[in-house]
Unconditional design. Sequence first.
Length: 328
Amino acid sequence: MQPFEVPVEIEDDPVKRRRALREQGEGSTTHHVVDLMAHRGPAGADWLPEDRPIGRNLERWLFVWDSFAGVSSSEDIMHWDTVADVYADTVGQPEDSFLRRAEPALRAAIPSPSGQRILDVGCGHGWLANQYEQRGAQVVGIDGSQRLIDKARAQYSSIEWILHDLDAGLPPGVGLFDAAIAHMVLMDLPRLAPLLRDLHRALQPGGKFVATILHPSFFNQQIQRTDDAWHREVTGYLSPQRWWIDSFGGHWHYHRALESYISELVAAGFVITGLSEPRSLPHEPADEADWNDYQTWFADIPTMLVIEAEKRSLPHADESWSTPMSQS
């Protein structure tokens, strides 16, 4: 899915840019164009000031944010149900290089989980939730895949599991949490705004949200070798794209620029407190001293990103978020 193109000569003119977006959106069945001229904030004031650079930046973010508006998450859930067995046999296992990359950052982000209430967002078959429970946390896992939740419930019966489509946000009554983790989840969702908004509401003041994602700058960029050197060929970045990824048996990946992730988090009320780019480790565990030239090069271009964010505002007065949901 490709976003609308705006001619370079009008890109810096906010009035002409909005007009172009609306004109290109007429008759479209796959995109929804936000009428930014009519968008107002809570107090009725202009939410998008067109005489300041921030106005143009927010306009571009809203445009990117809405690029997957016509995509249904039900297809994604169907694919995850289909590949559940392969996924559960792969992810969280010793050969899972993404876990080995992310684990130091995850431990540093929540160094003392004991006694904390933690939400595992996109928990899959429950392996990560189980790790935090083993370290003394009270954990709730939530995922949209029935088959993965069934596996989690069967293997880790002491943990509360919730079946819910994350594209729609969190269910009412999920409760309040000290921290939330989304390990390799956000890039698999067509929409982020509902989930991030609800996560901000479900966190205690000072609560932390940690997200690991595939690096939007380098993931899925073809590896090539020329003149006795390897490199990744980056053929596009800013434009949102929907990619079919063969991993585990196949699923959709929603590419967004890093700017989009940060903008969505800030819009939801989060403060960004950390950003790390773990090295790309070899697929098979090996001491760095034993890496070959290709593995040394491969490690220097990260294909994974860890974002830490914090809730620093007062919670909303909404009782539906203060009472934990009971699950059968």
